[in-house]
Every structure is written in structure tokens, then in C-alpha cells.
Design a protein around this ligand. Structure first.
Ligand SMILES: Cc1cc2nc3c(=O)[nH]c(=O)nc-3n(C[C@H](O)[C@H](O)[C@H](O)COP(=O)(O)OP(=O)(O)OC[C@H]3O[C@@H](n4cnc5c(N)ncnc54)[C@H](O)[C@@H]3O)c2cc1C
Length: 361
């Protein structure tokens, strides 16, 4: 029998889940502002390898999702950038951190090409003379997040997903409650990103907002364009520039624990521009077209929460810096759980926070 599912939250995670679920049942997506949230602000890197910070173990999930991206993007008709990532260091301390990252990746069976300064510039001519060393990571992909969101919303509508523009107040077994009524379903999926914690008591304290500021630039005529995603550590601060087709460059991102604040601060913009100029000096000639801040959803261990909260309620959130990357795998996991099959991402089960009292699948 076809399932009836209500998905709460229409960022990249909720839209991907709703679109994929619509193939096997009736789906309603609840969101007063779909295709926005952190997903609208994000950089668009699909980069499990260069996001693999020692101490965080998102690499395995990220690589599994990256493998699914080409088919996912093709089904949506969204192009992917396959140029890869150049990661660079500007001083001796940053170079030491970079070489620790290279060893960490090699120990995980993910060797990368180490480059000296001139080899970095040969690969990415926009990188400046201050860069002393770097790595080239060929497997990373990138996607235009805004193109992706539009394509996902269109695909979900075409697949028969009903959009409900109310704000959910709370979620219970098979029910979503609003100020003016409720919606019943076989399964409710909480996918409201950083706002998920207030929707279900078991998520209270498990999900927090992690603020990130980002700038959008446009390569002006005569300025040197970027051909690869460039990531750097500048005095231990991470910075990245992601080129888009058509001359846009996304420059990000700060990371603060600042509650639900989404103001873009002068200091945030100053640091991003200064750090970018150390790595890609020509960026000073680009036009600054947009500043924005978004709220990533962080869990207690910064790994996603994808699984059953209680019978009739699934959660798909906590994707932190990797929600775009992890969207295809998350959608597949939720489809599996709705149909009673095991999740392909058991490491993301919320059961890890509440011992045996929650189901482990
Ligand atoms: C600056 C920045 C850069 C980033 N760069 C990258 C990157 O390069 N690669 C990558 O993979 N990830 C990146 N991320 C992380 C990524 O953006 C997130 O992990 C991802 O967008 C999370 O998607 P989501 O659908 O869970 O949440 P969101 O996109 O935040 O969507 C949540 C949705 O829930 C809705 N909602 C909230 N409350 C309710 C309610 N009560 N009822 C109904 N709906 C509700 C909101 O309106 C919103 O549409 C970045 C994030 C930031 C902030």
C-alpha cells in the first residue's frame, strides 16, 4: 500500500527526501519558505575529502553520498563542476597543518597530490605568490546550490508533492500540528535544519544553529577568473572560493556559535575579504554582489541525525557543513526507512545519543 508522508522543512534535505519519496506514495512538504534556509546560502562544495577534519568522521558518509551525486544531478538536469579542489597554505604553520591533513587523508586511504607553490600556480593561475604549498584533490565536485534548489522544487512538484506553506508548531507520531490545525500521515519526517530542535521533544538539545557568513562575488572583465575551488588556511582560519559557471564566485565561510543570529557582521566580511586576498590577490578586482548568513544544523557530534525518533516520526537533520553533499544519501536513507528497509547510513542514527531506549535503525 502507498505510504502517506509529511516532510517538515523544504531546504535541500527536505526537498530531496520529498522528491524521492513521491515515487512510492503521497507526500506533503510543509514549509513557509521552501528552497531557502541554509541551503540557499551555502557554498555548493561536494567535498568529503577536503571537509575531512581530523577528529570528525563524516568522510565515509560523505564519500558514499558523493558517489551518488552524478546520478542525482543528472536526474535533476543540474550540472556539476568536476574541476576538483586546490587546497593551499600561506605560512609555515598553515603548511604544517596542510601536511597533517595530507597524512590524515593518506591514512584513510585517500591520498592527494602534494604541490609546491609553483605547481599550485600552474594548476590554478589565480593563486597568488604568497602561497607556499598545497594539495590537489581531484575527486571533489561542486554544484550551484540555487540552481539545485530550483530544480529540486520543480522535480518535487512534477512528482506530485503537495506544498503546504504553514509553519509547523510540533510533530508527534504520524501528525504535524500547526496553530490552525493538523495534518495526519503514516510517517512524519522532521527536516527543518537548525530549527528542528523545537519541533520534537527528543530533539531538544540535540540540534543547534551554527552561523556561517558568505559573500558572493562576480569576476569583472579584465580580472583573472578562477578555474578550481580553492580552499586555504590563513592563520588557521579556513576560507574557500568556489567558482560558478557564468563568472560568480562564492567566498566563505565564517563559523560561529551565535544562536539564531543571521546578521552579517563587519568583522566577518572583513576577515573573509582579507583572507581571500592573501590566497587569490586578483579577487580584489571582483565585484562584491551579495553578503549573507545562514544557520547550519549541528548535532552534538556534528554528524547527521537520520533515522527513527519514535514510531511514525523520522528525523533528517544535523548535516552541519555538509548538507548539500549528504542530500542524495539522506534521501535514500529516508526512503529505505519509510519502506521498512535498513538505512544505508546507520552511523547517523539518532539512537547513538539515547542508548538502547531508541531504535538503532
Ligand atoms: C555559509 C554556509 C556555507 C555552506 N557551504 C556548504 C557547502 O559548500 N557544501 C555543503 O554540503 N553544505 C554547506 N553548508 C551546509 C548546508 O547549507 C546545510 O547543511 C544544508 O543546507 C542543510 O539543509 P537542510 O534542508 O537541513 O536545512 P535548511 O536549508 O536550513 O532548510 C530548513 C528548512 O526548514 C524550514 N523550517 C524551519 N522551521 C520550520 C517549521 N517550524 N515548519 C516548517 N518548515 C520549517 C525553513 O524554512 C527551511 O526552508 C553551508 C552552510 C552555510 C551556512
Amino acid at each position: 500500500m502507498d505510504s502517506r508522508v509529511v516532510v517538515v522543512g523544504g531546504g535541500v534535505v527536505g526537498l530531496s527526501v520529498a522528491w524521492r519519496l513521491a515515487a512510492s506514495g503521497s507526500v506533503t512538504l510543509v514549509d513557509p519558505a521552501p528552497a531557502r534556509g541554509a541551503s540557499w546560502v551555502a557554498g555548493g562544495m561536494l567535498a568529503p575529502v577536503t571537509e575531512s577534519w581530523p577528529g570528525e568522521s563524516v568522510l565515509e558518509l560523505g564519500c558514499a553520498s558523493l558517489d551518488r551525486w552524478p546520478a542525482f544531478a543528472a536526474a535533476l538536469g543540474v550540472p556539476l563542476s568536476t574541476a576538483g579542489t586546490v587546497v593551499v597554505a600561506t605560512d609555515a604553520a598553515d603548511a604544517a597543518e596542510l601536511s597533517a591533513l595530507a597524512s590524515h587523508l593518506s591514512s584513510l586511504g585517500r591520498p592527494v597530490d602534494s604541490l609546491d607553490g609553483s605547481a599550485v600556480r600552474e594548476r590554478e593561475p589565480a593563486v597568488g605568490p604568497g602561497v607556499r604549498s598545497g594539495l590537489f584533490v581531484p575527486g571533489d565536485l561542486a554544484v550551484d546550490n540555487r540552481l539545485l534548489l530550483t530544480a529540486l522544487a520543480d522535480a518535487a512538484r512534477e512528482a506530485g508533492v503537495t506544498f503546504d506553506s504553514r509553519r509547523a508548531r510540533e510533530v508527534g507520531p504520524g501528525v504535524v500540528r500547526f496553530d490552525d490545525g493538523e495534518l495526519a500521515a503514516d510517517t512524519v519526517v522532521v527536516a527543518a535544519g537548525a530549527w528542528s530542535a523545537s519541533l520534537h521533544p527528543l530533539l531538544d538539545g540535540l540540534v543547534r544553529p551554527v552561523k556561517g557568513e558568505i559573500l558572493r562575488l562576480r569576476v569583472r572583465s579584465g580580472a583573472l577568473p578562477l578555474t578550481h575551488t580553492v580552499r586555504a588556511l590563513v592563520e588557521s582560519r579556513p576560507v574557500y572560493l568556489v567558482p560558478r559557471a557564468g563568472g560568480e564566485v562564492v567566498l566563505g565561510a565564517t563559523q560561529y556559535e551565535a544562536g539564531f543570529d543571521t546578521d552579517v557582521t563587519v568583522a566577518g566580511v572583513r576577515d573573509l575579504l582579507a583572507d581571500a586576498a592573501r590566497v587569490v590577490p586578483g579577487a580584489g578586482e571582483y565585484a562584491l554582489t551579495e553578503t549573507a548568513a545562514g544557520l547550519r544544523a549541528g548535532s552534538r557530534d556534528n554528524l547527521p541525525l537520520v533515522g527513527e525518533l519514535e514510531p511514525g516520526v523520522l528525523v533528517a537533520t544535523g548535516h552541519h557543513r555538509n548538507g548539500l553533499l549528504l542530500a542524495p544519501l539522506t534521501a535514500e536513507a529516508v526512503c529505505a526507512l519509510v519502506s521498512g528497509s535498513p538505512s544505508p547510513m546507520p552511523a547517523a542514527s539518532p539512537a547513538r545519543f539515547v542508548g538502547g531506549s531508541w531504535k538503532s535503525r
